[in-house]
Write a protein that binds this ligand. Sequence first.
Ligand SMILES: *Cc1c(COP(=O)(O)O)cnc(C)c1O
Length: 382
Amino acid sequence: MYAERMGQLPPYLFARIDEMKAAKIRSGADVIDLGVGDPDLPTPDHIVNALCEAARDPRNHHYPSYAGMESYRTAVAGWYKMRFSVTLDAGKEVLALMGSKDGIAHIPEAFINPGDYVLAPSPGYPVYRTSTLFAEGKVFEMPLLSENQFLPDLSAVPKKVAKAAGLMFLNYPNNPTSAVTLPGFFDEAVDFARDHEILIVHDNAYSEIAFDGYEAPSFLSTEGAMETAIEVHSLSKTYNMTGWRIGMACGNAEIIAGLSRVKTNVDSGVFDAVQKAAVAALTGPQDCVRDACHIYQERRDVLIKGLRALGFCVEAPKATFYVWMAVDDCMKFATRLLDEAGIVVTPGIGFGSGGNGYVRFALTRSSDRIQEAVDRIGGLLS
Ligand SMILES: *Cc1c(COP(=O)(O)O)cnc(C)c1O
């Protein structure tokens, strides 16, 4: 019944984990879910209020514009200027997205011919791979190894692959490894893209979730990036707005135009009231972002301290709300934690073969619950 391309989609491991979790809850267990990459904190009030006001205004009830409201695109450009010192033309270099996933899912349609390679990190956000398959491209997995600080080794990409590649996905701060970029890496990526005539899509979904004074850069502040790259970003993680579905693609005008052309044919834009709330988020007070980072940082410290005390070797991330930990067998480890301790963690293999041998903890539960999870793991080990 299904088209052949459906058969190429990897089995959706996360759906299976959801089933196992649901069965555990039905059995009466008190499950601590450290699996989901979805903030437990609410969207700040001033943003919710802006939505309510805009939703009551009938002028906002029509089809939105495809590219996004001018006020939204201007707010995005202003935020990029303030946050990253990147100058964007709101008319040509900014596009509204229904979350960054929207941009990631549709970009290969515009730039990948059947058989072209797409370079994608492994482990990585699963949509890099599936969007490539939908466009009938071929995925070349760039392994993210701990000995290389979870940055891909671009010199290890075979010449033939680089020659037949159209696109490269990158993502720093990184999900799931929580790694951040290192000085010089983005420059190296721009050189690689220029040498091989490849477009770069940098996913910056976690730039604002950072700790210990770390400030994540925009890929677009790299010299030469505007000629060959776009950055997808979103309000999801920054302002606890995952359910609202609003994000942005920024960067090279031609790439933005290609993505926009695809999207014009598949969706009809983001609800204007949501865009107005997003303007309130981007132009309003930013202390809500700082407060959320403090909360994640405290949770991170509880988890890291607890895991280390149990003998695990684990690094404290500088950014993202994830902790990435090496284990012997990630499926076994995750299954045992769920079965015997009622704790959900994500086996790394769910993010591609490069994630094998790791599990991901999400810091999207309270410090008390995280401490409880640590105590339960301790009980398992003793
Ligand atoms: C959460 C996430 C996204 C998608 O977020 P949207 O809600 O679609 O903006 C994109 N990339 C990564 C790596 C993510 O973790």
